[in-house]
Design a protein around this ligand. Sequence first.
Ligand SMILES: Cc1ncc(COP(=O)(O)O)c(C=O)c1O
Length: 441
Amino acid sequence: MSQPALTSNNLDAFWMPFTANRQFKKNPRLFVGAEGMYYKTADGRQVLDGTAGLWCCNAGHARPRITEAVQRQIAELDYAPAFQMGHPHAFELAARLSALMPSPLDHVFFTNSGSESVETALKMAIAYHRVRGEGSRTRLIGRERGYHGVNFGGISVGGIVANRKMFGTLLGGVDHIRHTHDLERNAFSRGQPENGAEYAEELIRLVQLHDPSTIAAVIVEPVAGSTGVLIPPKGYLKRLREICDQHGILLIFDEVITGFGRLGSPFAVDHFGVVPDLVTTAKGITNGVIPMGAVFCSSDVHQAFMTGPEHLIEFFHGYTYSGHPVACAAALGTLDTYEEEGLLTRAAELDDYWADALHSLKGTRHVIDIRNIGLIGAIELEPMAGEPTKRAFTAFLNAYEAGVLIRTTGDIIALSPPLIIEKSEIDRLVDTLRTVLEALD
Ligand SMILES: Cc1ncc(COP(=O)(O)O)c(C=O)c1O
């Protein structure tokens, strides 16, 4: 498709999401192509993708299996009603996905994004208790600094202040445990930090405050991503699971970024050996090619709904595009690509190289912490006095000019390259960052 000529007029209509619109439109950064590890900019430059788009293009860009599957599907069946009708690829995909997850996470509910997966899981959790006769369990527990998308349920259980403060009182009946970030004790940890399992005990305090009979579910990201990569301390997730079990509370893992190979195993569930009751996913499920999400639930949760007269709808929830045929085709092509190329475990093979490369930035100007797990990295910078976020954002702009795409949140640089990255590209990513950081004010 030919590119439209851009003038300040036609930039104006598009209100861009999570973007400094006025700053962007003065000097737009536009991608017009992508292949493998690289984006192509409107001015013809190649930019190394250090972030897999937005943590979603795990197999890199323009992958033939996925492109062909999408093209075929649009021509064959463009849409089928999602309610009271079906199409074969949705069933095939659900079966393949559930085979990737450890038992008992055997059932899959389709959505169109991470935010919708979160809303779906929260509603499923509350409804689960109700269908079992424990309708008083409606309270949801999230965590400070958690990111669970941008819909009302997600920002209510989420803990990112900027995403919450503008939007009124949010959902009632929500509480939060504290985040696990502990620079003082854990700075420059390789992999999971040693200190902080005791932060899980906060959940006991909330259970005592509210009484277990009022609590439906606890939701956490196994590795918090959007807040700037917070890696769970050793033992922390296991302890959350134990406390939930003791009090009949469902545990939800939000695996929107950790799912599909990011940690070196198909899901964080495998990596940490902790099995929750519900898992939310999106992003890497279709390699970012077509919007899609999926919620996995345990057979126990699913079975609780499968009662009553068989002609009645069991769960009054779903989206027009749940299990959209083209999204299913993209996801099947994506799973083929992941499996054929061993991408769901590739991050584990690169783990040492990635960790060595990242931690070689210790001592670089402004760097106060480096964190890594799987193919995720974070470099935390000392904020500029009186101007938080500015230093990292300037690093982002300068890295882009130097041909590398990174992401920043606050004063933290977050890295999550496609799982196809080569060692030489890891070197380039880290060397560019070193140069950019040394030159920063
Ligand atoms: C953990 C987590 N949950 C939910 C979401 C929301 O996903 P989406 O932007 O597809 O709605 C994200 C997005 O980054 C995420 O990282």
